[in-house]
Design a protein around this ligand. Structure first.
Ligand SMILES: [Zn+2]
Length: 153
């Protein structure tokens, strides 16, 4: 069994969709800024998978400079990465660090979306939430961060 870690963060801006773990959060006043859909959780999971597989990082496979990835649906990128893996994923655990909005109501939907992209049962994807307790860029509501650990067979 091998494991990899992933970390990502994106700025919150007006006029952007808020997509986390493949779920678009309705009526969010701010969304995540980035070249793709800026799904911070999907990106952390991708880096964890690539890390476990020894395949570098997300920027090597889906560079910002490539127009193919503009507004890309990051859940599809998770599925793309799954197809690159030398061994099937077994489990993904992740944490989203977000002050607001409260994302708890979408936990199961996010786990289901990620699990589907990875060919896993929803129970094999664990999504956790915490805040910045008012500290740092997360605490000030400037952005959202996510961490993930992926385990491969
Ligand atoms: Zn990202």
């Amino acid at each position: 069994m091998i494991a990899g870690i992933g970390y990502d963060s994106h700025r919150l801006e007006a006029g952007r969709r808020l997509v986390v773990g493949g779920v678009e959060i309705p009526d969010a006043p701010l969304g995540l800024a980035g070249h793709s859909d800026a799904d911070v959780l999907a990106h952390a999971v991708i880096d964890a998978l690539l890390g476990a597989a020894g395949l570098g990082d997300i920027g090597m496979h889906f560079p910002d400079s490539d127009e193919r990835w503009r507004d890309a649906d990051s859940i599809e990128l998770v599925a793309d990465v799954r197809s690159m893996l030398p061994a099937p994923p077994l489990h993904v655990d992740c944490t989203v660090v977000c002050e607001r909005p409260r994302l708890g109501p979408w936990r199961e939907q996010m786990a289901a979306r990620l699990a589907e992209a990875l060919g896993l049962e929803p129970a094999s994807v664990n999504v956790k939430f915490t805040t910045g307790e008012g500290m740092g860029f997360v605490g000030r509501g400037e952005g959202i961060a996510a961490l993930a650990v992926a385990t491969l067979a």
